[in-house]
Design a protein around this ligand. Structure first.
Ligand code: C2E
Ligand code: CA
Ligand code: CA
Ligand code: CA
Length: 275
């Protein structure tokens, strides 16, 4: 009936404004969080499968909210991207990660995730080079992780930007490979050092023979293009064994180490899976 319809509409409307209030609160909170240093980086190791041992750590941002506790990035990165707050947030992440890594043993890399929104900023190159300069971290020890969406939009500008990063020695990784509008032509057109196979492929590995076939062709392709391959999201010894046999270069996942605060990293500790 008409009145029921109106009721529905009212309820919907209230839900909408409640959501809007919550969103605005969160946005204000996030703005404060950046200003008040409530963000922290947790670091997850990645392991050199052939050489053995830890090759470096990926920086993963968390928000230590005063009342809501530790908030994972999936719950605030999209908001940060919509509001533009990803720009100061991303700059903080870069500076923090470079400063932390500069205190680590010199053979360890740090990998930093960049949002496609950050790529639209004209000063991104200066932000990265300032983070390197101020921390004293050699550019060769910084790896930038980007997703395919960056290659779709503004491909020409972004290619130039990536070439510029490469020219100072920064490494480039293509993250979440296989989840986007993957076209293999991206791999030849852009100067990646590394491809990170998305964890959804790893998850199916031990059940679906097709996943093995996909991973093995990615490895072959990467080798032909002189790129290395990381398998992420490895949770079981079976997955690790399988991926080693398939020839991936780097391994990452809960089996090898969970993301943890910087002061909890034990550099001497073995990150090989127990067999
Ligand atoms: P990502 O870059 O693909 O990072 C890998 C995610 O998988 C991380 O989630 C990590 O904790 C999780 N992970 C690692 N090993 C395993 C495993 O064995 N099993 C499972 N199920 N998960 C595993 P996290 O830390 O919640 O980050 C989620 C996403 O948020 C990241 O995905 C990345 O896209 C984004 N993100 C994180 N930090 C930053 C940042 O500083 N800047 C930007 N722009 N995005 C970030
Ligand atoms: Ca990543
Ligand atoms: Ca990923
Ligand atoms: Ca991701």
């Amino acid at each position: 009936s008409k009145s029921a319809g109106r009721n529905c509409f009212t309820v919907y409307d209230e839900a909408m404004s409640a959501e809007l209030v919550a969103r605005n609160t969160l946005e204000g909170d996030l703005r404060d969080a950046i200003a008040r240093c409530q963000l922290e980086l947790h670091y997850q190791p990645f392991v050199d499968v052939i050489g053995g041992g830890c090759r470096g750590f990926e920086a993963l941002v968390r928000w230590r909210h005063p009342s809501r506790g530790l908030i994972p990035p999936d719950q605030f990165i999209p908001l940060a991207e919509e509001t533009g707050l990803i720009v100061p947030l991303g700059e903080w992440v870069l500076r923090r990660a470079c400063a932390d890594a500069a205190t680590w043993p010199a053979e360890l890399m740090v990998a930093v995730n960049l949002s496609p929104i950050q790529f639209k900023e004209a000063e991104l190159f200066e932000v990265i080079s300032a983070a390197l300069r101020d921390s004293g971290l050699p550019p060769e020890r910084l790896e930038i992780e980007i997703t395919e969406s960056v290659l779709l939009e503004r491909g020409v500008e972004n290619l130039a930007f990536m070439e510029r990063l490469k020219s100072i020695g920064v490494e480039l990784a293509l993250d979440d490979f296989g989840t986007g509008y993957s076209s293999l032509s991206y791999l030849t057109a852009f100067p990646f050092d590394k491809i990170k196979i998305d964890k959804s492929f790893i998850r199916n590995l031990t059940h679906q023979p097709r996943s093995s076939a996909i991973i093995s062709s990615i490895v072959t392709l990467a080798r032909g293009l002189d790129m290395s391959v990381t398998a992420e999201g490895i949770e079981t010894p079976e997955e690790f064994e399988r991926l080693t046999a398939l020839g991936v270069n780097f391994a990452q996942g809960y089996l090898l180490g969970r993301p943890q605060p910087v002061d909890r990293i034990e550099f001497g500790a073995s990150v090989q899976p127990s067999r």
